[in-house]
Structure formats: C-alpha cells, structure tokens
Ligand binder design. Structure first.
Ligand code: BTN
Length: 332
C-alpha cells in the first residue's frame, strides 16, 4: 500500500519535529486547513502522534524518521552489501513477513529485505499482534532459501545473537534474550523475531525472518500489548535515539552474513554467545504450551535450540516451542 502524496509530504514536513501552522501546510499542499486536519487525523490512526497548539500549529510528538533505502545501503558493510538481494521499502503493509511468504515473495532474490513504515496486521509469536505504528520503530523481514530444511534448526536463536551484536555495536547496554528469541532490555521486551518457513519438511525451503524493534512506542499505543514491553526511548533521550535507518543497516550487517553461513555451520558457533545473553538460565519458570503449563527450572538449550526444562519430577525434558513466564518462588 502506498500512502497518498499529501500524507507522505506531511510526514516529511513533520519529521523535523518543529511546529507548522495549518495555514502554511494548507498553502504548501494547495488545500484547505480543514483538509489538512483530515489528512493528519488519518495519519494519527496509522500511529502518528501529533499535537495541535492554537496559534502555533502542528508538531509531531514522536521521533519520526522516514525509511531511506539509500541511507541504509550507505551504512552496509561490504559483506552485507554483497549478500543483499533487494531492498523493498513499503509505506503500509499488512505484515512484512506475509509479503515475502505470499506469492509476491516467490520471485524475489535471495537476501531480499522488505521494510515498512507501518504494519496494519503485524504478527508476533503465538498468534499475537505486533503493534506497528508509523514512522518510529523497526519492522522488516528478510528472505533466505535453504537447500535442506533440516539445516534451519535453531536459526531463530542465532538470529537473536545477531540482533544482540547489532545492538551492542550501537552502544546499547542491558540487552538480553529470552528463549526462544525475545529481545529484552532489562526485564522487558524490546523486540521480537518471527522465523517462518514454507516448503517441504525434507528438501528445499524458504525462510522469512521477521524482526520488530521498539524504538519509540507511545504508552497509549502499547496498552493492548499483553507482555511487559519497553522501547529504546526508555534508556536513550528521544533526541539521541539511533536512527531507524542506521538500526536496520546494523541489523543487516549481522544478519546477512549469518544467513549465508548458517547452512554450513548450524547453531554451534552461536550457542556460547546465546547462553551469555540468555536471561533465564537457572531460573524457576512455567512453560505455557497450547494445552498445558509445565513448571520447572530452565537448565539450558540443546545444540539445535530446544529448551531443556528440569520438571518438578526432576526429569529434564526438551521443548521446541512455548512461552516462558518466570515464577516467583514462595519464601520458605
Ligand atoms: C514476537 O512475537 O516476539 C515476534 C515479533 C515479530 C514482529 C516482526 S515486525 C516485522 C515482521 N512482520 C510481522 O508481521 N512480524 C515480524
């Protein structure tokens, strides 16, 4: 979906975070002030936070920054640039993962990246919605094909490590992972990874690796999120937040080389680092599966990324999916 010309131009204008009067905007776009207001209201429903002050005009009240393919390319490392297949920048999509999973992804080259300003139906793990307002966070998906689907085991954990590396390169402290691949800042969720596959269970397959990272999410936009969440603006002043375009480039600099080598290496070279970033090692937790909840202690992961949970009966069992919640042990 393409934002209409006026909405796009309004976003560009408001990205300077200064006040713009209704009269100025109306003259620039050749429309009435009421029509400008209507356009801004529609942008607000897409996630734009804007304040209107009588006598001064409109001002974006969020660190709005539009996606810029050239800026992203300019920040790519040599290896990442060589591995990038295509960089598709969209205004508004249902879900960047869906774009690449649907038939439109079938003819896209290896290493295609699909970026969006906003998602209307962003998806998270466990059937959750990924809140994706316009212009301030990161939402993208990456397409990578594997000759043998078995080679993909554990990939989502390795992707978590790549995200950690990118965030560390940006100087971010206090980050961590929660099995299988929640991205944490402190104890709260900063981002998520959704790896989806199409193809045979034995044979060639296409993977789509979707990444969402909260750079700035206004409190009122996050009220429907069930998990404890956070964004980068909680630890970095808004005017010093890393650029969205730079964040994306840093993530691609880590992710593309990882994908290129993964079929040959598997998870093994990433496991040590994954364990270092995992926040829940040794913690008492409950694992929620579709039909039951299992209490235990988080022991480790296997060399293909399965969770090892020591259950109440003392036996260690392995799990491929589920949602962990920490348990607060009762005092003796
Ligand atoms: C999670 O629940 O932790 C995974 C969240 C993944 C969100 C990203 S945003 C870009 C891509 N498109 C989607 O619809 N989902 C992923």
């Amino acid at each position: 979906m393409i934002l209409d010309r006026v909405k796009k131009a309004l976003l560009v204008r408001l990205a300077d975070l200064r006040f713009h009067s209704g009269t100025e905007l109306a003259a620039e776009f050749g429309m009435t002030r009421a029509a400008v207001w209507k356009q801004l209201s529609e942008l607000q429903t897409m996630g734009l936070d804007v304040t209107a002050v009588p006598g001064r005009g409109y001002r974006a009240t969020m660190p709005l920054e539009l996606l810029d393919a050239e800026r992203i390319r300019a920040e790519l490392s040599e290896p990442a640039r060589a591995l990038l297949g295509a960089l598709d920048v969209h205004d508004l999509v249902d879900s960047t993962n869906d774009i690449l999973l649907q038939s439109s992804g079938a003819n896209r080259p290896q290493g295609t990246v699909c970026l969006a300003e906003a998602q209307t139906a962003g998806r998270g793990r466990q059937g959750r919605t990924w809140v994706s307002p316009i212009g301030a966070n990161v939402y993208f998906s990456l397409l990578w094909r594997f000759d043998e689907s078995q080679r993909v085991a554990g990939l989502s954990l390795a992707v978590g490590v790549a995200v950690m590396r990118a965030l560390e390169r940006l100087g971010l402290a206090g980050i961590g992972l929660k099995w299988p691949n929640d991205v944490l800042l402190g104890e709260r969720k900063l981002g998520g990874i959704l790896v989806e596959m199409s193809g045979e269970s034995h044979g060639a397959c296409t993977t789509v690796i979707g990444i969402g990272l909260n750079r700035y999410l206004a409190r009122h936009r996050g009220i429907e999120i069930e998990q404890a969440w956070t964004d980068l603006s909680q630890v970095i002043p808004t005017h010093r937040l890393p650029s969205r375009n730079l964040l994306i480039a840093f993530l691609l600099n880590e992710l593309l080389p990882l994908l290129a080598s993964y079929a040959a290496t598997g998870l093994a070279p990433w496991l040590g680092e994954w364990r270092r970033f995992h926040r829940l090692q040794g913690r008492a937790a409950t694992l929620y599966l579709a039909d039951r909840a299992i209490e235990g202690t988080i022991e480790d992961v296997t060399d293909t990324g399965l969770l090892i949970l020591r259950c109440k009966d003392g036996i260690c069992r392995q799990f491929a999916s589920g949602e962990i919640r920490l348990r607060v042990e009762a005092r003796p």
